[in-house]
Design a protein around this ligand. Structure first.
Ligand code: NAD
Length: 458
């Protein structure tokens, strides 16, 4: 995300108030899935949800004006049963321990679902990048990576960019690690690097392209009655950044009509479809989309409720919630952002028969191409853009197929076990089984099965 001040707060009041804590949402979704995995022992389930390691570091930086400031940073390795930890580093004033743990947990499920041999990890430093110069950011990055020491490494825990960190930050991460570990190939210690420093073709577009592939496959598999393909579909996209902007371009190329788009300043609408080239130029000149000729202005909230075939939230979390879920008029919700749908909204949409392609599936293109970068770095190779895209498509399609297969099986459970029967009495087993639960069941089962195959130590 490009601006910490973009964070839109939801104002929910009185009895309508929802728990919007991302850590609670992740835990709730996990618990809903493990109801259907009752063959795993409780102790194993407890292990799967808890982070393996939480590091908290404090370090000082001398600022440009000569003053000294202390910073707090975190690196969480949630699980490394499938392979080394993988997850971004975030620089944001609100970074905190619980949030980093929740994001690391989600990475474990995302990597398992898309079938890359990684565990989940995440890191962050509590800071406001807008208040720091490039020199200060470089010092902060180098000192943070030094503090993490051998807790990161090409075969142990591999960082990547996240909010307010980019290719430049990853170059400093690599350089610092390389200086501390000379004489070996350290390129695979971090992904999201610039192309001429071991980055991969297709990394920048990967998440948006993954959104396209996941949607394409789901429609091909008759996910939405009467909507067999993207061509001809009307699409609303919230967010016009790296993910939303790429998705808009690719969906339009596939023949979709982008009828509404937004950024933090508001939304724009055109029944005939928005000219994306003009939108990009207008945003570059004016810093916002609102005001683009031949479009109507609307709020981000109203835009989400437009009638359309496909709604793609690609900005913030908690955008579709208890209060607006009953007014969503899309035929398919594609979660490009992390956590855009609250637990209550999930249930309302399930009951209304609106399918939700979940975030851990839809936005896993980014970590997939990060994995490709790592493989190329280890083998001293460079794959062509066409090769990267073809490999990404294969993995996204397989993940959609696997999720659908699991969803199908969950609709007709065998004899309920004791745990399922108990959950049934509380009503929690009876909630509609959605694609998120199915995707989580696939991911959690993979990690649980490999844990058992490896054998509980000693
Ligand atoms: P970005 O910073 O490039 O773009 C974010 C966009 O959201 C911007 O256009 C911004 O104006 C807009 N925005 C901010 N506040 C808004 C608001 N209140 N209403 C509407 N729009 C608003 O970020 P990104 O990399 O495109 O990430 C978008 C989402 O995708 C995030 O949830 C992120 O966690 C998730 N995601 C990104 C990647 C990736 O590879 N970039 C991977 C997985 C998940």
């Amino acid at each position: 995300m490009s601006d910490p001040n973009d964070t839109q707060q939801l104002t929910l009041t009185g009895s309508e108030q929802e728990d919007l804590d991302p850590a609670h949402l992740a835990r709730f979704q996990f618990e809903r899935a493990v109801i259907h995995l009752s063959h795993f022992k409780q102790g194993l389930v407890d292990f799967l949800v808890a982070p393996k390691r939480v590091l908290e570091v404090n370090f000082p930086i001398e600022l440009d004006d000569g003053s000294v400031k202390n910073f707090k940073g975190y690196r969480v390795l949630h699980n490394r049963v499938l392979g080394p930890g993988k997850g971004g580093i975030r620089y944001h004033p609100e970074v905190n321990r619980e949030e980093v743990i929740a994001l690391a947990t989600l990475m474990t499920w995302k990597c398992a679902l898309i079938d890359v041999p990684y565990g989940g990890a995440k890191g962050g430093v509590r800071c406001d990048t807008k208040q720091l110069s490039q020199v200060e950011l470089r010092k902060l990055t180098r000192r943070f990576i030094t503090e993490l020491g051998d807790n990161i490494g090409p075969n142990t825990d591999i960082p990547a960019p996240d909010m307010y960190t980019d290719e430049q930050t990853m170059s400093w991460v690599y350089d610092t690690y390389d200086i501390l570990h000379p004489g070996r190939n350290n390129l695979p210690v971090v992904t999201g690097k610039p192309l001429d420093l071991g980055g991969s073709f297709g990394r920048k577009e990967a998440t948006g392209r993954g959104v396209l592939y996941a949607t394409q496959r789901y429609l091909e598999k008759d996910g939405v009655a009467g909507l067999p393909e993207i061509s001809g579909a009307s699409v609303v996209i919230q967010g016009f950044g790296e993910v939303g902007g790429t998705a808009a371009r690719l969906f339009q190329k596939e023949g979709a009509k982008i009828i509404a788009l937004s950024d933090s300043h508001g939304g724009i609408y055109s029944e005939e479809g928005i000219d994306l080239e003009a939108a990009r130029e207008f945003k570059q000149t004016h810093g916002m989309l609102v005001g683009l000729p031949n479009t109507t202005t609307m709020t981000n909230a109203d835009m989400l409720e437009l009638p359309c075939d496909i709604l793609i939230p690609a900005a913030l979390g908690n955008q579709i919630h208890r209060q607006n879920a009953s007014r969503i008029q899309a035929r398919l919700l594609v979660e490009a952002a992390n956590g855009p749908t609250t637990a209550a909204a999930d249930d309302i949409l399930s009951e209304r028969g609106i399918p939700v392609l979940p975030d851990i599936l839809v936005n896993s293109g980014g970590v997939t191409v990060s994995y490709f970068e790592w493989v190329q770095n280890i083998g001293n190779e460079r794959w062509s853009l066409a090769e990267v895209r073809q490999k990404l498509q294969k993995r996204m399609y397989t993940a959609v197929d696997t999720t659908l297969h699991r969803w199908d099986k969950l609709q007709t459970p065998e004899q309920p076990t004791q745990i399922e029967a108990a959950a049934d009495e509380t009503g929690s087993y009876n909630v509609p089984i959605n694609l998120r639960t199915a995707a989580l069941c696939v991911a959690i089962s993979r990690v649980a099965n490999v844990t058992l195959e490896r054998g509980i130590w000693p």
